[in-house]
Ligand binder design. Structure first.
Ligand code: ADP
Length: 447
């Protein structure tokens, strides 16, 4: 301010001095008046320059000047800089929050007080079929047409969630989305959505499983109690008694097998996958499989005119095959199970061939080929489900529990191996197990 007054006085003195020199005391007064006007106009122009710059606020073109206008411009520049930094900072934070919301595995939609979309993440866009950019400002009620959602949204009772059909849900691939609305701020709503398809499927599977187990146990139990009642109430001959007791033993054995298989499955699920510490010779594994397969075949065909034609790899070949990593009992039971199925489902006279082949990539394939009834394509993907059977009566006749392939799949998964099933109805089936190269060792090249 002192500078400003000093400048004004300097202009006055210069104007007055010039006037005095040119025209005496009147000249001095006129000179001072003109100098005051000139200073006023000069000052006005400087102020206008600062004002013009303030209108654009362009920090790269800050007017450089001294005095009060220079200071005003400088202070404004500093304020603008600070403001800009603050804006940049909050924009960065907003972007970080939006990026975090994008990264959540759940759908997030921000709705304004009128129920219009303000922002939504990609997950929500996928679940509801929105376009994350185009559908901004669209009313959620127009985009999600499910009557359940409409009732939920208009009901304004957001204490619970609602489960809707996903946008791309089909009967063969159902998608179920749980939607929960949370009010916040001044009338705004946060919509959170979650894909609950797997959860609902697991729940349905659990219910099916409990129903299946109950059924599998209840059926032989009903038969057993029926026989007990008969034995208790009817006067039977010794021969009848022993026949009934034989049938009771059969039912008890059936229950025992189901319980045994269920325990095996739960043990497999509950224990960590086997490491690479334990190794089993392929020769021992397949020799045991052969013994069990032949024993089962002769048991099943003992009263028949024909037997099975069984073929296994020769001991000479197996001797060169080295070892496979894993728990011997588990591997043994899985491979034997495939052979036992082939024997059980192939009628007498049919052929069953077991092979062990090394591939060029170092992996090995164990396969069981049979000339049994074959399996229709629609059943193949479901064979490893618990209690899934194509032919219930045939499975029971031969002592099947419907859990065999589920156990096989589990054991193989734990050992890094895969199961492939190929079958032609009426011709036969091939069950192949591929062991990866890293779980095999000690293979000796023939020759
Ligand atoms: P199960 O104890 O009933 O044999 P699995 O889980 O071992 O149960 O097999 C499931 C179903 O797959 C069987 O019930 C049967 O219908 C079918 N299956 C398995 N192996 C064969 C095969 N080699 N030939 C024909 N059907 C088979």
């Amino acid at each position: 301010m002192l500078w400003r007054i000093s400048y004004f006085l300097l202009w006055q003195i210069a104007g007055g001095g010039l006037g005095l020199w040119q025209g005496g005391p009147w000249g001095a007064a006129l000179g001072a008046a003109l100098a005051a006007w000139a200073w006023f106009v000069w000052d006005l122009l400087r102020g206008a320059r600062v004002l013009r710059w303030l209108r654009t606020g362009d920090l790269s073109e800050v007017p450089s000047m001294r005095g009060i206008w220079g200071e005003a411009a400088d202070r404004a520049r500093r304020l603008l800089r600070r403001q800009e930094a603050l804006i940049r900072d909050s924009q960065d934070r907003l972007q970080e929050i939006l990026a975090a919301l994008q990264a959540t595995p759940n759908g997030v939609v921000l709705l304004d007080a009128q129920g219009r979309i303000e922002w939504c993440n990609q997950m929500a866009a996928n679940q509801f079929g929105f376009d994350a950019q185009r559908d901004v400002a669209q009313s959620i009620g127009n985009l999600v047409r499910d009557p359940e959602f409409t009732a939920y949204f208009s009901g304004q009772d957001f204490s619970h969630d609602v489960v809707l059909e996903g946008r791309y849900s089909t009967p063969s691939r159902p998608v179920r989305i749980s939607v929960h609305l949370h009010p916040y701020g001044d009338g705004r709503t946060l919509l959170l959505s979650r894909d609950v398809t797997a959860l609902e499927q697991a729940d349905a599977m659990r219910r099916d499983f409990v129903a299946n187990v109950s059924h599998e146990i209840r059926t032989p139990l009903t038969v057993l109690t029926g026989f007990v009642e008969t034995l208790q109430t009817l006067p039977l001959t010794a021969e009848e008694r022993s026949r009934y007791l034989g049938m009771m033993a059969q039912q008890a054995l059936r229950m025992q097998s189901v319980v045994q298989d269920l325990l095996t499955l739960s043990r497999l699920e509950g224990s960590p996958p086997p490491g690479m510490a334990e190794w089993t010779p392929v020769q021992a594994l397949l020799t045991r499989c052969e013994e069990e397969g032949r024993a089962l075949s002769s048991l099943l065909t003992q009263n028949q005119q024909q037997t099975h034609v069984l073929q296994f790899p020769s001991q000479e070949v197996l001797r060169l095959e080295g070892e496979v990593a894993g728990v011997p009992t588990e591997l043994q039971s899985a491979l034997s199970n495939l052979i036992s199925n082939a024997v059980r489902y192939t009628p007498a006279g049919g052929a069953i061939s077991v092979q062990w082949l090394r591939k060029d990539d170092g992996s090995a394939v164990f396969s069981v080929h049979d000339t049994g009834p074959g399996i229709a394509p629609e059943h193949i993907p479901r064979l490893t489900e618990r209690f899934y059977r194509v032919d219930r009566s045939r499975s029971r006749e031969t002592g099947g529990t419907g859990l065999g392939l589920a156990i096989v799949k589990h054991v193989l998964q734990r050992h890094g191996a895969t199961l492939d099933i190929a079958s032609v109805l009426g011709k036969g089936s091939v069950f192949s197990v591929t062991f990866p190269a890293n779980r095999l060792r000690g293979f000796v090249l023939p020759g």
